[in-house]
Design a protein around this ligand. Sequence first.
Ligand code: HEC
Length: 273
Amino acid sequence: MNKTAWAGLLRIAALALTLASGQALAADGFELAQTNGCFVCHQAATQRIGPSFSDIAAKYAGKKDAARQLSRYIVKGTGPAGLGWQAEDKAMLPHMPGNSAVTLKNSLILAQWVLTEAGMATDKTRFVTHKISVTGQVRQPLELSIEDLQQLPVLQMKMIPPGSHSEEKPVPIIVRGVLLRDILEKAAIQAASPHDAKKSAILVTASDGYRVVFSWSEVFNSPIGEGAMLFFARDGKPLTDDEGRIALASLRDNSHSRYAKWVSMIEVRTLAD
Ligand code: HEC
């Protein structure tokens, strides 16, 4: 074995030791998941395009070498045949594409994080938000509680709850909330010119790291805007901790891909040329 290969092995051994000491790395796992786009498809406790991290952790509970196995899937993807999460109705894609930008070291940190911290996040109360902030390119940054949201134009809309299976006849619920458009109008998007404002993106972030993006034209200049809504009540009752207290839905989309619980922040970013 040559010198570099040894150095590599030693580094992995050193990493294994750090991983064994646990905790300190948890925050890094979260950050890596954020920077590598894992939350586009995964959430800690809720199924999205991919299975929830807690379902993955449960699948591997007590299995030896699980971290190594998962780190391989993370970098290389789960292969054309997939692992069957979709067949079990726990994913919306047949397999995970490779995340080739993730280094070996980071894939091990992510794997360990999925198996522990992220996967244990079944206690959803820790994600609950009671107010949202509106920040970024706005003239008037805001902090809005549910009571504050109720001072804005409130409307009710019909929604098919996410997670309804296609075979069942879906039962719509009535959600009560405020259009993203009205919140942004209160905060007033700041841009050098109206033309520049049109180039902004609106990022809605949830406290579990999930993120939903809208373009300015979708929100202000298309039917999507009439359904992009922050809601806080369903069927006349406040949302529960599990439902998010403050949640986001895009009711004019064809699918449920833009839906977030536990919304914590709305951020306006102007895209530079
Ligand atoms: C494009 C969507 C997408 C992205 C991005 C994505 N995943 Fe996945 N992931 C999936 C899907 C779908 C599955 C289920 C695959 C299957 O059944 O084969 C999956 C499976 C997994 C598994 C394996 C589950 C098992 O049974 O072994 C792990 C671990 C995982 N993802 C972690 C991650 C991490 C960490 C990231 C970020 C670096 C990430 N994923 C990014 C969609 C995605």
